[in-house]
Ligand binder design. Structure first.
Ligand SMILES: [Zn+2]
Length: 219
């Protein structure tokens, strides 16, 4: 158990560097968490720690309610939302939260990113949906994330007036979804500056999604 906790700590700590590399975060606003496989425990970044100081020991082990099990630091202020997702979605092994600018601009308008790129059909299986407005503290954000993702194939949700939450089978997959979400939000935004994007028929979205999820890449 200790070795699997240590390896999630190391992975989650390293993945925070990807948020910086892909310009998804400003200052300390963004976080990655990862489930300890086979448990309801997860590892998340300590609150307010700069991305250059994120060593594995700044990654805190939390129980299913988001209470810290080891260490003196306080956890990310988004811990309750991550904990809610892990409790309600047993298939999820990683959660990411960012305020990445293009995706958050769609969230601020409460507008889903329409599925007008084959890369979106591949990765998201349709539009990137918008979740409800919710204040931090309590389970409102977590409840909004889960109820929105359950009605969608997308691993990303734009929480209204707030930012992006993504999920994945592990922390790396959730980070990939956050990177792709920002990338397509930017491209569709640029498209809008030039004119109206062209729709992709639903049957083609379905075929693209199925191929990418089941056939593409190394098995
Ligand atoms: Zn936030």
């Amino acid at each position: 158990m200790t070795s699997s906790i240590d390896s999630v700590r190391r992975e989650v700590s390293e993945l925070h560097a990807e948020l910086v590399r892909y310009s998804l975060v400003a200052w300390t606003a963004g976080n990655v968490s990862g489930r300890v496989p086979g448990t309801d425990m997860f590892v998340i970044k300590a609150s307010g720690v700069g991305y250059d100081d994120l060593k594995p020991d700044a990654m805190l082990l939390c129980d299913r309610d988001g209470s810290v099990l080891e260490g003196d630091l306080s956890p990310s202020s988004d811990t309750a939302a991550h904990a809610y997702v892990y409790r309600e979605m047993p298939e999820v092994g990683g959660v990411v939260h960012t305020h990445s600018p293009y995706a958050t601009a769609w969230a601020a308008r409460g507008e889903p990113v329409p599925c007008v790129l084959t890369a979106m059909a591949d990765e998201f299986g349709g539009d990137i949906p918008v979740g409800p407005f919710a204040l931090i503290g309590g389970d409102d954000i977590g409840r909004g994330i889960v109820s929105t993702l359950r009605d969608s194939r997308s691993p990303a949700v734009l929480m209204r007036n707030h930012g992006v939450f993504t999920v994945g089978r592990d922390a790396r997959a959730a980070v990939k979804a956050a990177v792709m979400c920002e990338d397509v939000a930017r491209t569709v935004h640029l498209t809008r500056q030039l004119g109206e994007p062209l729709a992709i028929p639903q049957s083609d979205i379905d075929r693209l999604y199925d191929r990418y999820q089941n056939v593409y890449g190394q098995r």
